[in-house]
Design a protein around this ligand. Structure first.
Ligand code: 13P
Length: 257
């Protein structure tokens, strides 16, 4: 982390977990445990049907609510899809895009790019995910692969908007596996992402962009990961479903840096 230059963001990705009623109960428990003071930005990206309950519960707190996906089109015949203006109206602040679980369902870099542009256009914060497979890591092409995902995903994003983008590095082999990247492995890739941003937008912008790590981050390993200079927060799946664990990760963001 480097709070002098950029925000620390601790974001939950609930994936396909919890009902609206469970969301309400969780938020009540979580709110009671939320530490005082503003150490980091906190986001909950929740299933679409849980957004109203989450927004209601976190009204007038420093916690932002987000969606886990969106459609890049403004409106129309896209059965089952959700447009960014709907998310704005529902009270969202963040939208995850390019998660590897959605890429595995067929989302391309061009789709991710269209979503990033639509999210920014709507005034929301995109949390754009990138990450390599185990095979790519073993082949030694991680940096090139991630650089390609970053360049493709950010295509057409102007200098006026880039500082709003949050990037999440999530090695696919570490997601939901309990196999976290070591702090050194995670730092190495997050640092290389910042180098790509520097080449695209210059040093000042690169210093200001928050880059998160995701992949089996939990209350035990968060402190070590967040101590790395280029890891500005976390995108947390499993451990964000338990209020106590997620609070401990938020507390781990409160360290000198
Ligand atoms: P886990 O924390 O469950 O590994 O999930 C990480 C993730 O995919 C967050 O987007």
């Amino acid at each position: 982390m480097n709070r002098k230059y950029r925000k620390t963001v601790i974001a939950a990705n609930w994936k396909m977990n919890k009902t609206p009623s469970e969301t309400k109960a969780f938020m009540t428990e979580f709110k009671a445990m939320l530490p005082k003071g503003r150490w980091c930005d906190i986001a909950f990206c929740v299933p679409a049907v849980c957004i109203p309950a989450a927004v209601r519960a976190m009204h007038e707190t420093r916690v932002g609510i987000g969606a886990e996906n969106c459609n890049a089109n403004a409106s129309g015949a896209y059965t089952g899809e959700i447009a960014t203006n709907m998310l704005v109206d529902a009270g969202c602040k963040y939208v995850i895009c390019g998660h590897s679980e959605r890429r595995a369902m067929g989302e391309t870099d061009a789709d991710v790019n269209a979503k990033v542009l639509a999210i920014l256009e709507a005034g929301l914060v995109p949390i754009m995910c990138v990450g390599e497979s185990l095979e790519q890591r073993e082949l030694g092409v991680t940096e090139e692969w991630i650089a390609m995902q970053i360049k493709a995903g950010l295509s057409g994003v102007g200098e006026d908007k880039i500082k709003k983008v949050v990037i999440a590095y999530e090695p696919i082999w570490a997601i939901g596996t309990g196999k976290t990247a070591t702090p050194e492995q995670a730092e190495e890739v997050c640092q290389s992402i910042r180098t790509v941003i520097r080449k695209l937008y210059g040093a000042k912008v690169a210093r200001a962009v928050s880059i998160l790590y995701g992949g089996s981050m939990n209350e035990k390993n968060a402190e070590e990961l967040l101590a790395q200079p280029d890891i500005d927060g976390g995108l947390i799946g499993g451990a964000s479903l338990v209020a106590e664990k997620f609070i401990k990760i938020i507390e781990a963001a409160n360290q000198p840096c």
